[in-house]
Design a protein. Sequence first.
Lengths: 506, 84
Amino acid sequence: MRIIEITKDFNLNGVDYKEGERRVMAEDIEAQFRSLHGEKIGMSYPIETVYRKYEGQDLTDKKLMIWRTGGIGDMMFLSPVLRHLKKKYPSCFLRVASGCKQPLENLPEINELYDMPFDAKLLEDVDFHLIFQGIIESSNEASKKTHAVDMFYSYFKIDSTHLPAEDKKPQLFFRKEETEWRDNALRGLGITEEDYVIGIQMETSAPLRNFPKEKLKTVVDILAKEKNVKITLIGSKQQETIANFYKGKSENVLLATNFNVRQSIILATRYDIMISPDSFMIQVAGALDKPLIGLYGPFPSEVRMKYFKNAIGIEPSVVCSPCFKHDFRACIKGHPSPCFTQIKPEDVLQATDYMKHKFTGQHFLFMDQMLKAPDLSEIEKYMLSADKGVCFFGGYYEHPNIVRVDNNQFVKPDISDLNTKFNRESYPFVLYMGPIGFSPKNRAVYDGCKGMIRPGGHLIIHMVTNATEQFFDDVKKDIGDFKFIILHSKYEHSNRSFTIVARKPY
Amino acid sequence: MSEDFERLNLRTAQQSQILDQYRMNIYNMELRINLVIKMMEEKGVFAAGEFDKRWPLYLSNDVGAIGPDGVMEGSLRIKFYGSD
């Protein structure tokens, strides 16, 4: 962090910089300023020359100035700490400066809020300073186990171990005119009171943390078919192209790419549920106690979502995750980050439905259909023509007898292709691995067995011939161990074949 | 739809495969270099024979987790926070 002297007037990003001013900014911002307006900038010197670091001193009747360059989500982590400080020292004066101050606007505990780079004069009339740059980026051992808010607390030398979760949750405050603006904006978007509004943040600032586009597309497509559901795609103007791709031709998908950060936060108060990768909308939805689905890869959800009221964190359990990488680049192992291969669209859909059901008592239509008990005659028919109409979601199941069907609509939009690809002689039955986790303990048991799990989460195992009764019992037991409800099981002594139909309880 | 695909700079399956292969090769090379550095740090010298012994183990602990189809071995964790 450095203080730079302005030697000639200039305007950058709509901000006027006057001759004789001294501004405080991070080293990388100084480099940008020098490359754009080098001739108008004089000397610069390190902040340490004037820095009076806050190290947990009594703040009664004292003034504290805190600043940080960026990270919208990171600013959210600050709000519980400021709340705590103000509660402990009601007479203290808190001055905050940030490059992303939008989430902190209207917070009652903040006396003054400034943009970065701020005038160095602001440092003079305060008793203490604190730069909270690089706390969660430090990637030390503590940051891998500790929630970001606790990291911030400890940076302010406050022991947060015994504080209740409520004291660690960010808060947001809105002015009356902001809520009025929101109502108008919602009308403009075509959102009515009856709509169930799903907010989806499309991307994070780091490709590493982005949920794969084709999977998100599947989620959006399926949710967009629901009645009275509106999906709002949250992102910046630059993300309009990808937003249009997600939207396709659906009228239920709305683009919220024309709003600034503050406006996106205000709009979030209307959302019924939020789906987001590891980014600021998670913190916004958490602060508003909205039902929330967080899609995590490089970080564990716990260090970002632990203190929220209604949140589900979906994360992979793979050898390299969590890797705690903060890079603004793609994963070294490929893009999108391969850890996300463990999170399937149906996991996101099921979690979304879980939250909807919890708060409204109603399932989505897709889940209603999935939860219906199977019509056994229908299943028999389906099994005999399994080469037709296979699968709606892609799935993975490792077994030599199992045909793995990846019906990713993004890659293969035409399901009829499958008819030619899978003929009945080669693959009498296709196992469909749906939104249920089924992984047989003893895979050898299934040799010679052709199985199928059809959309809706029904597991169907059908042994064509040469199955012993013992084997039939083994398979049944194995399925039972995975808490499947067996709906139908039949062993044919004549040709030693069997059929089992089971369903995972929801 | 085709316009969307172009705008997104999507590649054909073949191009993606080649790119993925490059990526894997680069990653593999980086892993090899990492192991060499690690061994040199430990012993001060680099012994090719020992590298060959340790490489498969090193590999299985890391890059081996990604199948040829790009799917990473592992499972899913779903965590509930809050009132539940």
